[in-house]
Design a protein around this ligand. Structure first.
Ligand SMILES: [Zn+2]
Length: 243
């Protein structure tokens, strides 16, 4: 897995700009999602007063949220018939700590309580609090199995809830393995000690996989239903689905 994050600055992310004596233009600030913590942040980019040639301008700027440094680099066209002022043809940014999880925005098909638990897991992960992320992942997992559409009423612990989904037709063996692995990960975090401090990689897998389970149990059935509705409408009158 590649360490760090590399991205491109869109022109729309600029907030104000300055021009050097030789004509190069660079944004004063850019508003982007911090590649380290994942929150929207304004980075001060004073590349022109900092380091530059007529082909390149570079600077580093700290995220106001997580304080991690992000480096910015603007490239200027190298043709000699330069007309002033000149905007960079490309600005890229890079962050060594760039592991922010860009979470899916779930709609009404996912219960509010589950969405809040999952958002908390992502926020904790993006703030590099992997213990908290794994605890919230476990809570999300509980939410999935308690709130899934075909759950039977009654108080049950997570193991029983997973078993119930597995006994019914809602879940294959692979998914049952996945659910138990996520549950184990959450347990590990809840009873963690300094010896077994969960690492980023484990937390990242857990966040991604619980997101996958939310999609499987809540988003996929809604999409299948919509598709079936469309196919029903398109079917000639009197024809049955099995023909
Ligand atoms: Zn940040």
């Amino acid at each position: 897995m590649q360490e760090g994050f590399l991205g491109e600055i869109d022109r729309k992310a600029w907030a104000g700009s300055s021009q050097s004596a030789s004509g190069e233009i660079f944004p004063d600030k850019v508003r982007i999602q911090c590649p380290s913590c994942g929150s929207m942040a304004v980075f001060h980019t004073n590349a022109l007063s900092h380091k530059r040639t007529d082909m390149l301008a570079v600077c580093r700027s700290g995220c106001p949220g997580c304080q991690n440094l992000v480096s910015f680099c603007g490239f200027y066209p190298s043709d000699t018939s330069k007309q002033s002022p000149q905007e960079p043809s490309l600005i890229v940014y890079h962050c060594e700590h760039g592991h922010a999880h860009n979470a899916k925005q779930f709609g009404d098909e996912v219960p509010e309580r589950l969405k809040r638990a999952f958002d908390s897991a992502v926020m904790a992960y993006n703030n590099q609090n992997y213990v908290a992320a794994m605890v919230m992942v476990r809570r999300s997992l509980e939410g999935i199995f308690k709130l899934r559409p075909s759950v039977q009423p009654g108080t049950k612990n997570l193991v029983n809830l997973i078993q119930e989904a597995s006994d019914g037709s809602d879940m294959s063996g692979q998914l049952e393995r996945l659910a138990h692995a996520i549950r184990d990960g959450g347990n590990l975090a809840a009873h963690f000690d300094l010896e077994t401090d969960p690492d980023r990689m484990t937390a990242q897998y857990l966040v991604e996989l619980v997101e996958y389970l939310i999609e499987y149990f809540f988003v996929l059935p809604t999409h299948i239903e919509k598709l079936e509705g469309l196919l029903d409408k398109a079917r000639p009158v009197g024809a049955s689905p099995s023909e």
